[in-house]
Design a protein. Structure first.
Length: 371
């Protein structure tokens, strides 16, 4: 494979290029991060060093083969029917894999890619329309008024709440949640978050319908199964040379579909009952609009006691007397079993986050209980 090539239809911010040197000269004055990545991308080495986000552990650097990154780009293009001349918007940080892969897709597939500074409201000053983009949930939440400017959107880096998902219904934009990680070169599975859509997965030449539901559909050439912990194991030789053993507890729906239940390392053992925080949070999101999460703390009787952590400032009207009201609503929420109802509520003005905006649960709990 020759690394020093790019698709002839590739454009960056409306500019076409004849040589790699032209691309590097342009990006040097435009963006240090993009320039450094493309300099490494077009270099002779067959692998590139990528930083993980650190959302489920300490950030680390891993090497990814450029050939596998190109395979991932080709799979995304085929799955979502995004050929050459696709217009795309890059609004994610290029220090991490999601942002890097938007560049790789554009270079490999011949997209016309525009770049904006990563922010919580990336469409604020956007007037153009785009075929495709990728965002984190917070960006999507803040972009709802202008999201129609994007035809197809993938959302990763965090869970899309039930409240946000309700806001996506009847939009013209087709919104997909993605499942993946740095080790799988972003997504290996997607699920549709709004109106049903039928399309053809061109890699396999087969047609299938993606419905609004709670399970993920794997991309072609991906095999999945569970280990003894009920955690997902991924075989995706086109994008990952080794088996990827995750800490994600799942329910297998079929050979190509799974429902994500939560993180194995987040499981709470309360009185011998195993609780999955993420599934409880999904149910609680129907009555709580603030950012929140549930966790377990030590308890003499139960071993671990389920609590609710709410992001709210001292002036927020949900505090004080409203705390009792919230607890009452939780007790009356029929979708929760008696074990899934938090025993106490704790407040903090701001969650601790990773650089990519994911909530650091352990660090946030430490901040609350070491005051």
């Amino acid at each position: 494979m020759v690394q020093n090539k790019f698709h002839k239809s590739f454009k960056l911010n409306g500019i076409s290029f004849n040589t790699v040197d032209e691309i590097l000269r342009y990006t040097k004055d435009f963006s240090v991060d993009i320039h450094q990545f493309l300099e490494n991308w077009f270099a002779a080495e067959h692998a590139i060093l990528v930083q993980t986000s650190g959302s489920t552990g300490l950030p680390k650097s891993i090497q990814l083969k450029k050939e596998l990154m190109q395979n991932s780009a080709l799979a995304t293009g085929a799955f979502f029917n995004l050929p050459k001349n696709t217009t795309a918007l890059l609004c994610l940080p290029t220090q991490y894999i999601a942002g890097k892969m938007m560049l790789v897709r554009a270079i490999t597939l011949g997209w016309h890619l525009d770049v904006v500074e990563p922010s919580s409201n990336p469409l604020e000053k956007i007037e153009k329309n785009y075929d495709f983009s990728a965002m984190v949930p917070l960006q999507l939440e803040n972009s709802l008024l202008k999201i129609k400017k994007i035809k197809k959107l993938i959302v990763g880096g965090g869970v899309v709440s039930n409240l946000l998902q309700k806001k996506l219904q009847h939009l013209s934009t087709e919104v997909f949640a993605t499942y993946g990680m740095t080790e799988t070169i972003t997504h290996i599975a997607v699920k549709k978050l709004n109106k049903p859509l039928s399309f053809i997965g061109r890699i396999t030449k087969t047609s299938f319908e993606t419905k609004v539901n709670s399970f993920y559909q794997t991309l072609p050439n991906v095999t999945i199964y569970k280990d003894q912990r009920n955690c997902l194991v991924i075989s995706a030789p086109k994008v990952a040379e080794k088996l990827v053993v995750t800490n994600d507890v799942v329910q297998l729906i079929s050979d190509t579909q799974f429902q994500w239940l939560g993180r194995f390392d987040n499981v709470i053992n309360s009185g011998g009952v195993k609780l999955h925080p993420e599934k409880i949070e999904e149910k609680l999101s129907k009555i709580i609009e603030n950012r929140f999460f549930v966790a377990g703390i030590n308890d003499e009787k139960l071993g671990e006691k389920l609590i609710l952590i709410l992001e709210a400032s001292p002036k927020n009207d949900i505090l004080g007397k409203a705390e009792k009201s919230l607890l009452s609503k939780i007790q009356n929420l029929t979708s929760l079993s008696k074990f899934e109802k938090p025993k106490e509520i704790y407040f903090t003005s701001q969650f601790i986050e990773t650089k990519t905006g994911k909530i650091q649960r352990t660090q946030t709990l430490q901040k609350i209980f070491t005051k």
